[in-house]
Structure formats: structure tokens, C-alpha cells
Design a protein around this ligand. Sequence first.
Ligand code: ATP
Ligand code: MG
Length: 312
Amino acid sequence: MIQDRLTLGALVAFLSYIQMFFKPIRDISEKYNIMQSAMASIERIFQFMDYREVLPEPVRAKAPESVMGHLRAEGLSFSYNGQDLVLRNVSFELKPGEVLGIVGHTGSGKTTLANLLLRMYDPDQGTIYLDGIELPSWPVDILRKEIAPVMQDVFLFSGSIEENIRLGREHISHEDLLQTLRITNLYEMVQALPQGIHHPVGERGISLSAGQQQLLSFARAIAGRPQILVLDEATSSVDPETEAIIRDAMARITRKQTTLIIAHRLSTVRNAHKILVLHRGEIRERGTHDELMGARGIYYRLNMLQEKLKAS
Ligand SMILES: Nc1ncnc2c1ncn2[C@@H]1O[C@H](COP(=O)(O)OP(=O)(O)OP(=O)(O)O)[C@@H](O)[C@H]1O
Ligand SMILES: [Mg+2]
């Protein structure tokens, strides 16, 4: 009997002894799992960091003294998946300082064309020439400086307004930065902030309206004084007053640079030197606003539709 009790006591003691170790052992195994998945993530991060730049540097990088901003696209065709053509035989020419408007239904290939000009991708067929030299022959850093995008999605990171405009380009002088704010109609808004240009935006700072974000993306693009601007107008609607401010800023920034504007609001490209109408990856119409309205084709119908929507 006594022996039984002793055995039972020993068993209980043994079990509580085990339990004492059980939790820490379980904790260690949980930590090990976390560490394993962190290791997998680190591996992916290092893979990404080791990934070569998408654009191969040209073998013989030609770098003329200065860029004039003459663009010519010849017979561009492109597909993302190697099968379905998103652009077919697209050609156009844009002289320095000219404004080219691109319009068309959603999915017609407008942003894709912008991607090719920015050398995010190279065309499957055809060539884009900058000042008569095909894009792949230009050193990448010159292309990045001289062809600036203002894309549909504005990415703001936590930091000051200045940091969001500079994007690490330390060579941009403070004067140029202030001038940029004036051109893009941001000067007064920024001056009114407690910390001015050093005021934080994003998560820990002020949140900018859709219109102000667009203006900031203009500022980002022109701060580096590029020769060519590729503008993909945001689809989000802004109030008429902000639209007027944006249009005013746009008129000022397009005065000097060669500009390609992808427009959702057709009023944006009314004064462009040339307008291309893309339909399922092909240029269906080209001309000035008046010529295209006279032709009574897709452009005319798109205009009528927008007027009707505005009136309703
Ligand atoms: N990264 C991508 N990978 C695969 N297909 C894509 C990619 N981007 C766009 N596409 C496809 O290419 C076609 C053209 O898209 P694109 O974004 O150029 O149109 P868009 O004219 O800019 O349209 P929107 O007016 O809506 O901005 C669409 O069919 C789209 O689904
Ligand atoms: Mg688009």
C-alpha cells in the first residue's frame, strides 16, 4: 500500500517535472518555426537584391552631350505574355517641345505604350528613337533622368514633402525645389504647413487629397528637369476647382518639355499638337482635336459621351 502511494507520488512528481520542461520546449519549437519562415523570407529578399537590373546596359553606350527631346516610335508591337498583342504596329513622331495626347478605352494599351517609352519593357517588334538613337543604345541613367514618368498611381512614402519630391536626388538645389513647387501650384499649400517643405506626409503626416497627390507627382517628375514627360492621367475624379488647378499646372509644365499625355478627361488633350486614338492596341485615328471632331469617329463619340456624363 505504502509502496503504491510512493509510486503514485513519484509518477505525479515526474509528470509535473516533465510539464515544467514542456512549455519551454514548446516555446523553443514555436520560435524555431518563426525563425524558419524568417530565413525563407530573408532568402527571397537576398534573391531580389541580387536580381540584375531589368534593363541591360548597352554594350556601346552612346551619350550625346545633351538631349533635345525628339521621340519617334516605329512599328511597335508588344505582348506581356508572348501571345496576346497589346500593341500592334504603333508609330508616331514627336518633335522637341510638342505635346502628344493619347486617348482610348480602358485596356486599349495606353499605359503599356508609356511603359515602353520609359523602357520598363522593350517592344517585341519596332523601335523607339530618342534624338535619332534607339532607346537601348542610351545609357540607362540618362534615360531615367531625361524621360520622367507621372504615372496613374502616386506612391507616397513616409517622409517630408521635400523627400517625397527629391526621391534621393541630392543634386536638385533648394531653389529648383521651390521653383518646382511654384510651377506645380503647390507652393502656397506647402507654405501654409507648420513645417513647410519639411512637413511629413503619409502615415505619420498630413494626408494629401487626390488632387494634391497628382500635383506632387508632377513636382516629382519636373524637379529633375527632364526633356520628356510621360504623363498617365489619374482616373480618380477631382472637384472642378482642383481640376482647374491641375490643368493650369499641366499647361505650365508642358510648355517646355516634349510631353506625352495619356488622358482620361478628353479636355486635358484638347490643345495637344497631335492626338492618337488607341483601340485594342492599334492607332485608329490621329489628328488635332478639331480634325478628330470633324472626322466623327471614336474620338468624337468619346467626347460626346463625356459631355453627356458631365451634364447629367
Ligand atoms: N503587367 C501586365 N501583365 C499582363 N497584362 C497586362 C499588364 N498590364 C496591362 N496588361 C494588359 O494589357 C492590356 C492593355 O492594358 P493597359 O494598362 O495598357 O491599358 P490602358 O489603356 O492603360 O487602360 P486604362 O485606361 O484602364 O488605364 C489590357 O488587356 C491589360 O489587361
Ligand atoms: Mg492605363
